[in-house]
Ligand binder design. Structure first.
Ligand SMILES: [Zn+2]
Ligand SMILES: [Zn+2]
Length: 102
């Protein structure tokens, strides 16, 4: 079945490997993010959990370019900052929308 996703089929593995290598730490601000399976305090709100979620950013914003030097692991806040500076499609992206670009 043809897929319209620009991400490579092994994108999940690629980003997971990268996040492991980064030790689940934001490479911009150094924030330690939540590891998979890690329990967070019950009083954490969704947005707090979101803020401690590590994401993978493409420097050239091309999800099909998954070479390591095109990728950086950042927390949600830094990810938003990275996109805020850009003009175009993702410039007005909200936190919720960003979760679509893990
Ligand atoms: Zn950060
Ligand atoms: Zn990004």
């Amino acid at each position: 079945m043809p897929s319209s996703s620009p991400y490579p089929s092994n994108w999940k593995e690629i980003s997971l490997e990268l996040k492991k290598k980064a030790n689940w730490t934001c490479q911009k601000c150094g924030r330690k993010c939540i590891e998979p399976g890690q329990k967070v305090p019950q009083d954490w709100t969704v947005s707090k959990r979101m803020a401690y979620t590590l994401q993978t950013h493409h420097w050239d914003r091309d999800p099909s370019n998954s070479s390591e030097d095109n990728l950086i692991c950042v927390c949600t806040g830094c990810h938003l900052d990275l996109h805020r500076g850009y003009r175009g499609r993702l410039s007005n992206v909200s936190e919720g929308q960003l979760s679509l670009f893990p």
